[in-house]
Design a protein around this ligand. Structure first.
Ligand code: BG6
Length: 519
């Protein structure tokens, strides 16, 4: 059988999960014998992200010889048709260069199994296929099942995997399940899903995806906070006035009605990505970066996090109407293909959270996200209190805002510090300036895609970057009161595409004398 890793001298082969010690030679960097089954392989996520990520991993030499990829779905595909579908996805989405020999070796191990998610016969075929692969490709009985399907199907797939003897790990062969969001639509449904999944797979075999945790800049929050001396002393209510976490997107929702209508911005990204960012920014230093210690700190801070009341004043939601996105006139949500023309789904959501701890008491955390906003940017801004005393005459500092540390998650990945500086000249005038660290200028290495990292981590049994069942349930517990309040109180406000959200979102922070940053 041919080796997939080809570029042993490539610098990318030194890649390792940054939460693992790169000097610890005992830790494997390349996945051991294994294969992956993707349920929902014809879906958007698999096509845009998962399949290209598998190719990129193979191309970087990080998959084992004999790695096997099984697609499971309803199409009437044979092996060749499946291969063509994957090839198209790889051409459209892979990050690394296309190389024929890598592709050919990867394609040798591709198969497609046709069936519904509750189909006994199809799962028996799947079991036979996996057994054959174990025998012919050396996958060793080690399988990761990627559930890229709506949560309504989790029960069927888990049940079928169990029934066909595919779910249980043995001493010499592991079975893991990787689960995509949305993980429920509130705390009680998330608990039920956890029960369903955990009845078949023990928690240590469950890898829940939050792809934000796979981003380089998100992991850098830990490096910034815990590897340096500079930031920690000012990382608390003593100096921080408030924190803003913004995930703004300029794209609309055309083509995503099936998933998004009825879900909305808060469930789509606040419950997972933004609350995870909050946990990493606000948690205490973990004893180590082992999954248990890291997750314990995140859980501790999530337990202390609650919405600020009254919700009428501390939250905001909106739905985009038609408008100018740059130089293009774009339709409103209700005119997007597939959306109910009376849809009440929010495409913008903002809320104010607080953390009851010595470090953060009294510091509001403002979270906001939206589609069709001014531009695409995700950032975390710690905005500092004013200096306790200004020895300058008032006019000298009037052009100065609050100091800030801004972690730019994407794009223009980096960290920015904003502070006042004297304007050159014969008078004393202080104005804001930026000190800017940019990944692309400081490093030559290109960051792997979040899904590359997370798929490899799941194959390596490295769970630090995956939220546990408890984290997911706690995130819903934080958000549920806001969602319930919205459910009972009217409709989302309107905002024109290309703006920064509804008026109510501005008011939400202005009433406390603060302002959103214009990223
Ligand atoms: C997904 C959401 O989790 O994240 C999408 O479902 C959103 O609505 C996407 O567009 C954004 O991801 P990224 O990595 O482009 O910021």
């Amino acid at each position: 059988m041919s080796e997939l890793h080809t570029d042993s001298d490539s610098p990318e082969n030194n890649w390792v999960n940054p939460l693992r010690d790169p000097h610890d030679k005992r830790l494997p960097r390349i996945a051991g014998p294994s294969g992956m089954v993707i349920f929902g392989v014809t879906g958007d996520l698999a096509r845009r992200k998962l399949l290209p990520a598998v190719y990129d991993l193979a191309n970087r030499g990080l998959l084992p010889a004999g790695f096997t990829l099984i697609g499971y779905g309803r199409r009437e595909w044979n092996k060749e048709e499946f291969e063509n579908y994957v090839l198209e996805a790889v051409h459209a989405g892979a990050r690394t260069k296309f190389r024929d020999h890598v592709w050919e070796r990867l394609a040798e191990g591709m198969h497609f199994v046709r069936g519904n998610f509750d189909d006994d016969a199809a799962f028996d075929t799947l079991a036979d296929t996996l057994a054959e692969m174990n025998a012919t490709r050396g996958t060793g009985g080690n399988w990761a099942y990627y559930l890229s399907v709506p949560p309504d199907y989790f029960a069927d797939v888990c049940h079928q995997l169990q029934r066909s003897g595919l779910a249980e790990s043995r001493d010499d062969a592991w079975r893991r399940v990787i689960i995509e969001k949305p993980f429920g639509h509130d705390q009680s449904s998330a608990k039920k899903l956890n029960e369903i999944v955990n009845a078949v797979f023990p928690e240590k075999s469950v890898f829940r995806i939050d792809h934000y945790l796979g981003k380089e800049t998100v992991q850098n929050i830990m490096a910034l906070r815990f590897a340096n001396q500079l930031f920690d002393p000012m990382w608390s209510a003593h100096y921080v006035d408030h924190v803003q976490i913004t995930m703004a997107e300029d794209i609309g929702l055309g083509g995503r009605a099936g998933y998004y209508d009825g879900i909305g911005a808060a469930r789509d990204v606040i419950q997972n990505h933004l609350i995870q960012l909050l946990a990493l920014v606000a948690m205490e230093e973990p004893v180590s970066f082992s999954p248990t210690e890291l997750q314990a700190e995140k859980i501790k801070v999530l337990r202390a996090t609650k919405p600020v009341y009254p919700l009428a004043k501390t939250t905001a939601r909106g739905q985009y109407t038609a408008g100018w996105q740059g130089s293009t006139w774009v339709p409103g949500l209700r005119d997007e293909e597939g959306f109910d023309p009376k849809s009440t789904t929010e495409t913008f959501a903002a809320c104010t959270l607080e953390i009851s701890s010595r470090r953060w008491a009294g510091v509001p955390f403002y979270l906001r996200t939206g589609k069709r906003l001014g531009r695409r940017v995700t950032e975390i801004a710690l905005v500092f209190k004013e200096a306790p005393h200004q020895p300058f005459a008032e006019g000298m500092t009037s052009a100065m805002g609050n100091n800030a540390v801004v972690i730019r998650v994407q794009p223009d990945e980096g960290v920015l510090m904003r502070f006042g500086s004297k304007v050159p000249g014969s008078t004393m005038e202080v104005r804001d300036v930026n000190m800017d660290f940019s990944y692309s200028e400081a490093f030559t290495e290109e960051s792997p895609e979040a899904y590359e990292r997370l798929i490899l981590d799941a194959l390596l049994d490295e769970s630090s970057l995956f939220p546990t069942n408890e984290e997911v349930e706690l995130s819903w517990e934080i958000l549920d009161p806001v969602l319930n309040y919205w459910e009972e109180h009217g409709l989302p406000d309107e905002y024109a595409a290309g703006t920064w959200g509804p008026e109510s979102a501005e008011k939400m922070v202005e009433r406390t004398g603060r302002h959103w940053r214009r990223p």
